[in-house]
Unconditional design. Structure first.
Length: 503
């Protein structure tokens, strides 16, 4: 914005760090998050299965069936669409990706039915009820993804409304984006509530755990769809940096336009699966912590439990604040470095980087002798060092909070803490993920409508800048917070089993 250059201009010292960040955040980070949900859901279901070998085997067998289904689904991802840039039919491109997911899901359901017949027999009511839980979990995951697409794709009203608000400046873009994010929590919440209530009615708490396994069964193919976004984004960035022709940019723009929506859908799916996984781990924690005292009650009107719930509801806000301020600190350091390079980096002729940028802007090109190359390595080093250093405090906070609540007060306090954290973190993660995706796609919509260099386009760029830590840092990190706290609680459950308050 300051230098008047494109985001992927090779003269931008931070462009390589941006491309690396896309891969680290949306591929490696999201992969780690969803893998944690995947393993967590299996552990939760296996713990609730207890002594019954068939109930213990169900989540393992379902996971194996999901992997095979995903491998087969990969081969059906294809499209006949041509790379016509922004004129490409995004719905048709989206179907090309979804085709593989649908086929994998259908195969997974067939495998799930076979598994239930093998383990419980064709006439077992319990087996078919468990199959219904798998089906409900799978449909819930797809429905949350579709709901996220509505709120973040620039084909629909919510994102278009943000672009329209940009006419009056960045402030109204921020306000509208926050509103869109808050409204977007309604649909996933209703879907999750319906899934939890239905599965509990069918098979009890074990049903909820199996629904989480069902939702994550075809994770291999759905995670690939999520990773598609940053790969397409980086392809577009590399094409621009290399100065490739308009026909190449048309193809990468077509793919990139879809990328933000697939990434936002992946984040919505991650929140839904995290909630179900955390609930199954919470149920497993309750089972483990009441072994020596089965009569222990967890009444919400109990002051200890209620105090824990209030404390738990606060934790995600503090965690999100820590991660967001860390991003702000790293971004400030990065901006100072970029400004320094604009002023101080020169070529053999003494031309500064900023002067080279101004020459390109004025004449459209620059000779190789007059060009100035930025020091991208330094920007990558700043972001890498900051990310490792700034994650120490949030990591310790997520691990030690359940330990302090469990050992210092009681299991009931910890139960309340986890319940409050799950509810609060889920809402905050959905709001942040969808608001960030909508801001990002409002900027993409301005690019499509050739408004990028106008005041309206610049207002959307400001919204996108705010949205990046929302959707790429604080939002996804909350999924990890609620699962990590539930997992730590399950690990310490035998140590606090049967303890009274303050014991």
């Amino acid at each position: 914005v300051e230098a008047g250059i494109d985001e992927d201009d090779p003269h931008n010292p931070a462009v390589i760090a941006d491309n690396v960040g896309d891969n680290v955040g949306d591929v490696a980070g999201m992969g780690a998050d969803l893998f944690e949900s995947y393993i967590g859901s299996i552990i939760g279901a296996a713990t609730l299965g207890g002594e019954n070998p068939h109930l213990l085997a169900v989540p393992m067998w379902l996971a194996a069936g999901g992997l095979i289904s995903s491998f087969i689904g990969f081969f059906f991802v294809s499209t006949k669409e041509k790379g016509d840039g922004w004129n490409t039919n995004l719905t048709a491109l989206m179907f090309a990706l979804e085709k593989g997911m649908y086929i994998a899901n259908v195969l997974f359901l067939i495998f799930a039915a076979v598994i239930m017949i093998l383990l419980f027999g064709p006439g077992s009511e319990t087996g078919w009820k468990m199959f219904a839980c798998v089906l409900i979990g799978l449909i819930s995951g797809m429905a949350i993804g579709k709901g996220t697409e509505f709120f973040t794709s620039f084909d629909y009203g919510p994102t278009i409304s943000i672009k329209d608000r940009a006419r009056t400046g960045p402030a109204t873009v921020i306000i509208q984006g926050m509103g869109v994010g808050m409204v977007s929590t309604i649909l996933p919440t209703l879907i999750l509530v319906g899934c939890i209530v239905a599965c509990n009615a069918l098979v009890g708490q074990y049903g909820i755990a199996i629904a989480a396994v069902g939702m994550l069964g075809t994770l291999a193919v759905s995670l690939s769809t999520d990773a598609y976004g940053p790969v397409a984004d980086n392809a577009g960035g590399l094409a621009e940096m290399a100065g490739l022709g308009p026909e190449v940019r048309a193809k990468t723009d077509s793919l990139d336009a879809l990328g933000n929506t697939t990434a936002a859908m992946g984040k919505g799916f991650a929140v839904g699966s995290a909630v179900l996984t955390a609930l199954s781990l919470l149920a497993a924690f309750k089972t483990e912590v009441t072994q020596s005292n089965p009569n222990m009650t967890f009444d919400i009107s109990d002051p200890i439990l209620l105090a824990g719930t209030l404390l738990g509801a606060m934790l995600p806000f503090f965690f999100a604040a820590l991660t967001m301020m860390s991003v702000g600190k790293a971004a400030a350091e990065m901006i100072q470095e970029v400004r320094r390079q604009f002023r101080e980096i020169t070529n053999a002729k003494g031309t500064t980087l900023l002067q080279a940028i101004q020459q390109v802007t004025a004449h459209g090109s620059i000779s190789e002798d007059d060009d100035v190359e930025p020091d991208s390595d330094r920007c990558v080093m700043i972001s890498t060092r900051s990310s490792v250093k700034e994650m120490i405090a949030p990591g310790l906070y997520a691990v030690f909070t359940p330990l302090i609540a469990g050992f210092l007060v009681s299991a009931r306090m910890l139960m309340g803490l986890l319940a409050g954290c799950i509810g609060s973190a889920a809402m905050l993660a959905i709001m942040m993920g969808n608001a960030g995706g909508a801001w990002d796609n409002s900027k993409k919509l301005c690019e499509k409508l050739k408004l990028k260099k106008t005041d309206q386009g610049k207002a959307c760029v400001v919204g996108d800048t705010v949205g990046d830590p929302f959707k790429d840092t604080s939002g996804p990190s909350l999924d990890i917070l609620l699962k990590l706290m539930a997992m730590v609680s399950l690990l310490i459950a035998p140590l606090i089993d049967g303890n009274d308050d303050w014991e």
